[in-house]
Structure formats: C-alpha cells, structure tokens
Design a protein around this ligand. Structure first.
Ligand code: CA
Ligand code: CA
Ligand code: ZN
Length: 698
C-alpha cells in the first residue's frame, strides 16, 4: 500500500524499495532482541523476537527502549494505564513521528516509566485523554522530568472520537490516500485498525456503533481520503454509521470477521498479503500490543500486521490460517504468551505446522477434547516451544494412511543417550478418547514442569520417555465423524472379501495370538483379531518401533503403559490365561508386576489386578511386551469405573479431562522412575540392577 505524504513534523525519511526495506527489517529484528544480533536467514526458519515485561507497562518500556536504540525518540505519547480506543488512536500518530507510547496512571507515573521518560528525554510529550484519565499531577511530574525547552501537551476531546479527530488533525495532511475507522467501544478492533493505520502512515478515527460523531465526520472531510477502511463488523459499526461514512468518503470498505481474532486475521491477509513479519499478542487483554505498534510499524516494506492469540494452548483458527497464508519470516511477540502458543505461532510461520487439517470434530458440547486434527499441532508446538526436550516423529502410517504420531522426551533429546527408556501409548481402541488426553497431559507435564519442578527435571534428565499418542487414528476419526459418536472400537482396515471394517488392535499382537478364546475370528466381531498376527499396520508400527529400541542386543524400554478406558484399573500380564504363573511368567517378575501395580493404584485409586481377571484376552499388547522383551508392561483402564459406565458415562463430558488426567500424574511419574530398575519395587535392586543400586541417584 502507498503511504501518505509525510507531514512536515515527521522526522524519519520514508524507506522505500525492497532492498532498503529488508536491510531495515534486519535492524528491526536485531533491535527487538536487546543485545542479540539476529542474522537474516532466508528459508532458515522464522526469527522470533520477544518484547519482555510482566505487564503492559513493562512491555511498553521494553518497546521504547528498543525504539530508542534506532535513534533519538522525539515524542512520547502518554496513554492510560488501562488503554481504550482513545489510546489506540495515538498509535498511528506515534508511529508517524517515530515516537514511543508509554502508560501513565491517573495520578502518577510508575517509577519505571518515570525513569524511562527521563532517559528518553523527548522534545515533546503528548498526554492523550482528559484529566480524569491522566491527571494534572502527572503533567507536573512529566514536566519535572524533561529538560529545558521540552513541551508537555494534552490532546483531549470530550469523547474518544473527538480525541482521535484531534490526533489526526494535528498530524495527518489532507488528501490522504487512506484512513481507518473503528468503533470506540471495541478496543481490539480499534487496536487492529491502529496497527494497520500505523503501518501505512494513515490516521485512525473513531465512531460508536450507532453514531458518526460530527468531529469524526469533520476530520474525514478535511482529510478527504481516497479510501476509508472500517475495521469491525455490523455489531461494532452499524449500517447507519456506514451509510453516514459513505456520505463523507466515497469509497468505504468494511473488513471484519466473526470475532476479534478473525477481524485481525482479515485485516492482515487483505491489506498486508505480502507481509514478511507479524506482531502477535494476546487478544483478551492488552499485554503491551499498543506500545509495540510504533516499534514495528512501517519498518518492514510490506507491513507488520497484528494477529491475536486466545487463552489456552492453541491459536484461533483464523490466526492460524492467516499465518499459513502469510508465512512470515519474523514474529515480534508483545507480552508473555504461553509456550505452546509461541510454539504454534512459530510452527505455522515456518511451515512446520500446517498439515492437511483433519475435519472430524467432537460434538459441540464436548469441544474440550483434542480433535484428531489438533493432535499434531499441539505436540509439534510443544517441540517448537521446548526444542531441547521434545522430538516429534511418526512411527508409521495407519491403514488409511494417517501418521501415528509419537514424541520422545528427554534432555539432549536428539541424542540416544544411555538412559532407561519408558513407553506410553494410547488409543488402540477408537472410542477410548481419554487416553489421548492422558498422553497429552503427560507431555505437557514433563515439558511445562521442567524448569520449575525438581522431580520432573530429574526424570526428564535421566530417562528417555516415548509417547505414542493415538495408535488408532483412523478409528478415532471415524468414531467422532459427523459430529456424533459412533461407538467404534476397531481400526478401519478393509478386510478381505468382507464389508466389515477393522481389527481389534489389542488382539492383533503376535504373542499367543488367537490362542485361548480371548479374541474372535469372525470379522464382524467387536474383538476381531485379524487374519494373522500383525495384520494391522498400526500394530506393526508399534512392534517395529519397540524392536528398534534394542541397542547392542538389549531392549532399552524397561517399563510401558498402554492407556485404555474404562474401568479404573491397573492391569499387568498375563492376559491370555487366568494362571498367575504360567511357564512364560517368571515368579520374581510377577511379584514385581504386583508390587508396581499396587504402588501405582495407591496413587490413583484404581484397582490393581492381573489383566486376565478382568477377562482373558489373547494377542494383546502387554503380553507381547513382556514375553518378547521382558518389559514391565501395564494397561491403565482410565475413568470411569465399570459401574459409572453402566450408568451411561461411556463418552464422558470434557469437564472430566483435567481431573481425570491429573489423577494419574503420580502413577505415570512412578512408572518413568521405575524404568531405572523395576526390581526396586520388591527391594531387589541390588540383585537385579547392580549399577543402579550402586548409584546414589538410582
Ligand atoms: Ca537424555
Ligand atoms: Ca537410549
Ligand atoms: Zn481399550
């Protein structure tokens, strides 16, 4: 987009042309991370810079500090500590003048703000808003901080639109190519509009939902822009106001989405399609976004549009789509955002995220469950947020060609260190959704707790933990397809010469496959074991992965749990027989299984028992794990109990997720710890694990 004619008070020459722009962009990025020079790396991934600060006041100081690293800051706009649309209108003005925005309290400056203002020593301070917003005492304080000849002015109308009109009138020349309008009552729309306006050196004017203030109309007549862009939908700016604007400016365009996130995304993609950098910040409270706008605006040649994040662990869909469309090479993050949100911002920017989106979704009431299409996004964002601790990979493809996603968690994650290994897997059975949440809970616990929790850090540093999040992605997708539940259990593999689909994946392992009536040979049966052992690509993928953990002849995985639901049970081998000690179960190992299961059950309130006591199953995973590799392998049957399930809780509501996954924290950490020497559970570490027993940390 073209920029407006520079006002005579504008101190900075306009940078034009792509080469010059890129050079300036490099300065901007380097300047956005104090003291850390960041080289431009085309195609080498996204460069992220962070405006640090505990709150918006501190983030604003961080922005002004970085702005001043480029040269003298001629003017500071002081806005309310709790900024509204009136304050937002100051951002295009500050950007045009190369000025900074700082926040002031109603009666005083925060000490850090006073210090920063004195350090900046601007020629001019503009106080935005009336005395009820920033009082006279602040004016006196500011004056005392500035040098001889510096001026302190107040820009205040009776209303926010009047103040915005005054800001525009004082700075922006007539015959402007473009001007922006937003509602004074929709702060984030105004913020998005302020960002867009600042990027193209245009003013921001304000209306209310139902009125076009005369001051706004008069200023628009003076500006006489070729093009007027209204940011926000009909609920923010009414048809009547739009019609009024059209009587003043011939060309009025409205850009909006269904919410603030999609409005920001629409502005970014419609007006800044070529942008190579974005400003990202929280969309629920201003964490410093307003003050960041003058720092980033107008520096990159194609603009630095603003995108918004929401609470939780995922980006709004609109923000994600905008990042995929823009593929920015640079992100400036204003204010503290959660690590997973940062990871996703970066991942969508550099193409590490953005696989074809799986469209199966949970029924609307259960939207708290992670969708199949969100799984990869969440685990990959975790890898991006914790690159030294998490490595995401696929163990293979399902029958319908979906990746079976897994992650390794350990210190020095890229190196195969000589550390005891643990495997956790989930969702052999399609309808058992809570297992995926449990696996994600573990990933989150091990990463988010690493910096602060000594026990988590010890385990992550001394173990290699593998998580397979959904062994049966096809069944999962089918089970929730169409936004309703299908009571599905098996995979979705085609069976030879038979219309019934799928195999019970937990009857398809090779050990004692089909031996003992613990599975069914009939294709339509709910526990169909398949035509032969490992006929399913999903179980083959698990088996191949586990086989791959044999290093120098020794299986590295020592403990394992497979997550199922329901029953609230901790189960251990053998599954195929009711005998406690068949010839293939070592008596000592059996006592270890019992002891470990009881320890875990004591922490989560589950029932510990041999798997076959529930009902005998053959060809299942835990028998195969133990019999093939002597892995101490367990099944967790998660919430709810059989009795609760009998009353109808087969598909629990999403409000159980947090409590029912946190419930297994101790049991899972114990299983991870126990990988060093499962025999410690029966006090026989010295006998079975000499090296561990000798080590004080073992
Ligand atoms: Ca390690
Ligand atoms: Ca290893
Ligand atoms: Zn199951």
């Amino acid at each position: 987009m073209a920029s407006s004619r520079p006002d005579s008070r504008q101190p900075r020459p306009k940078v034009s042309g792509r080469v010059a722009g890129i050079a300036v962009l490099a300065c901007f990025v380097a300047g956005c991370v104090p003291g850390v020079p960041v080289p431009l790396s085309p195609g080498g991934g996204v460069v992220t810079s962070q405006l640090e600060g505990a709150d918006r006041v501190a983030v604003a100081i961080s922005a002004s500090t970085q702005l001043s690293a480029r040269g003298a800051v001629p003017v500071v706009y002081l806005v309310a500590a709790n900024p509204d649309s009136e304050a937002a209108a100051a951002a295009p003005a500050a950007a045009l003048e190369g000025g900074a925005i700082l926040h002031a309290g109603a009666t005083a400056l925060a000490p850090a703000v006073a210090t920063e203002l004195a350090r900046l020593a601007p020629d001019r301070v503009e106080i935005v808003g009336g005395t009820s917003t920033i009082g006279k005492a602040v004016v006196g304080q500011v004056s005392s901080l500035l040098g001889e000849g510096a001026s302190v002015e107040r820009i205040a109308g009776r209303t926010a639109p009047e103040t915005a009109a005054l800001l525009s009138a004082g700075l922006f020349a007539p015959s402007a190519p473009i001007a922006f309008v937003a509602s004074a009552d929709a702060y984030f729309d105004a913020l998005v509009a302020a960002s867009a306006a600042a990027n193209v050196k245009a003013p921001l004017l304000l209306v209310t939902r139902d009125t076009l203030p005369s001051s706004t109309a008069a200023e628009l007549r003076r500006l006489s822009p070729d093009r007027l862009i209204v940011v926000g939908g009909k609920s923010a700016v009414s048809e009547a106001v739009l019609a009024g604007l059209r009587t003043v400016v011939p060309v009025v365009e409205q850009i909006s989405g269904s919410d603030r996130y999609s409005t920001a995304a629409a502005v970014a993609t419609k007006l800044f399609a070529g942008a190579e950098s974005v400003l990202a910040t929280a969309g629920t409270a201003d964490l410093g976004a307003l003050a960041a706008i003058p720092l980033v605006a107008g520096v990159a040649p194609d603009g630095t549009p603003l995108l918004l994040t929401q609470p939780g662990e995922q980006l709004p869909v609109a923000t994600r789509d905008a990042l995929m469309a823009l593929e920015p090479a640079f992100i400036c993050i204003a204010g503290p955002l959660p690590p997973l949100i940062r990871g996703e911002l970066i991942g969508y920017s550099d193409g590490r995220l953005g696989l074809p989106v799986e469209t199966a979704t949970y029924p609307a009431l259960d939207s708290g469950w992670h969708e199949p299409g969100e799984l990869y996004t969440v685990i990959k964002a975790t890898e991006i947020a914790y690159p030294s601790l998490v490595s995401v990979f696929s163990i293979g493809k399902s029958a319908e060609g979906r990746d079976i996603w897994a992650a390794k968690i350990s210190d020095n994650v890229s190196i195969d260190e000589d550390e005891p290994e643990v495997l956790v897997d989930a969702l052999h059975h399609a309808a058992e959704h809570l297992g995926v949440e449990q696996a994600l809970y573990l990933l989150n616990t091990l990463t988010s707790g690493y910096a602060t929790d000594k026990e988590i850090r010890r385990l992550v540093d001394s173990r290699e933990i593998w998580i397979i999040f959904a062994v049966n992605p096809d069944g999962w997708v089918y089970d929730i397809s169409g936004g309703e539940y299908h009571w599905w259990r098996k995979s979705r593999q085609h069976n030879f010469n038979n219309p019934n689909l799928g195999v019970d994946l937990n009857r398809n392992y090779s050990y004692m496959w089909g031996c003992c009536g613990g599975s069914d040979s009939r294709v339509w049966a709910w526990n169909y074991r398949g035509p032969e052992p490992f006929s399913a690509p999903e179980t083959r993928a698990v088996a191949n992965f586990v086989a791959g953990r044999v290093v120098n002849g020794e299986q590295q995985i020592k403990t394992h749990v497979t997550l199922h639901s329901h029953g609230e049970m901790v189960l251990y081998p053998m599954s195929y027989t009711l005998q406690r000690l068949p010839s293939d179960m070592d008596p000592t190992d059996y006592s270890v299984f019992q002891a470990m299961a009881r320890k875990m059950a004591a922490t989560n309130g589950y029932k510990a028992q041999q798997s076959s006591q529930q009902y005998p199953t053959d060809g299942d995973e835990i028998d195969w794990m133990y019999a093939t590799y002597r892995i101490f392998s367990f099944t967790f049957e998660l919430y709810p109990t059989e009795e609760q399930a009998g009353k109808g809780i087969v598909y629990p509501s999403d409000d159980v997720i947090a409590r029912q996954t946190a419930r297994n924290r101790s049991a899972l950490l114990y299983l991870i710890d126990a990988a060093a020497c499962p025999y410690a559970a029966i006090g026989k570490a010295a006998q079975y694990c000499a090296a561990v027993a000798a080590s004080p940390s073992g």
